[in-house]
Design a protein around this ligand. Structure first.
Ligand code: GAR
Length: 202
């Protein structure tokens, strides 16, 4: 059984989609060990509790990133977490965090990386005038949204789109894609060759 820890900062819809995929065994052999938020008022916390998940709040409280991460790492280790999913966690991880869990931290980003990394990806896509955008699940390394790509899905950008309408269209695909990508990683049927993540189950 792979023990998953999920880090959130806000609404937590990707966290809920993952927890439901685990519950429904669309992600077999996995369990959600803990949901951790750096924000005490994150809406996702209440939603996680309603699903019967254990939740923790670990605030930054003026500490360095390193100090804050040290507490998060300890909480994950105490619960034997093997796989970490960032789900709208709006903090950069310290190098120490990434080195503690090599190739075991996944993130979802609402663009087709390497386009539009960082904040406000949907806004960046509209501003740039792209006709297609989407979402990307990738391993987290020490670069900003730059780790090896596990899976991507595309959506059209329509002429009348606002940032919100595009974000909503992408979010539907995020929920599906993240569960599929986590199922692949939990199954272990992949290889990382350079920057390429090869699916070996096919
Ligand atoms: C999602 O769209 C996710 O891709 C994005 O924040 C949103 C969180 O929503 N993440 C990033 O932009 C990370 N750079 P959620 O809290 O409902 O899952």
């Amino acid at each position: 059984m792979v023990r998953i820890g999920i880090l959130i900062s806000g609404r937590g819809s990707n966290m809920i989609a993952l927890a439901e995929a685990v519950r429904d065994e669309r992600i077999p052999n996995a369990t959600v060990a803990v949901v951790i938020s750096d924000q005490p008022d994150a809406a996702g916390l209440e939603r996680a509790r309603n699903l019967g998940l254990q939740t923790l709040v670990i605030q930054r409280r003026g500490r360095s990133r390193h100090e804050h991460d040290r507490e998060v790492i300890a909480a994950l280790k105490e619960r034997d977490v093997q796989l970490i999913r960032l789900a709208g966690y709006m903090r950069l991880l310290s190098p120490q965090f990434i080195q503690t869990f090599p190739n075991a931290i996944l993130n979802i980003h609402p663009s087709l990386l390497p386009c539009f990394p960082g904040l406000d990806a949907q806004h960046q896509a509209i501003d740039h005038g792209v006709k297609w955008s989407g979402c990307t699940v990738h391993f987290v390394d020490e670069t900003l949204d730059g780790g090896p790509i596990i899976a991507q899905r595309i959506v059209p950008v329509l002429d009348g789109d606002t940032e919100d309408s595009l974000a909503a269209r992408i979010l539907v695909e995020e929920h599906r894609l993240y569960a599929e990508a986590v199922a692949l990683v939990v199954s272990g049927k992949y290889e990382v060759v350079g920057r390429r993540v090869i699916n070996t189950s096919e």
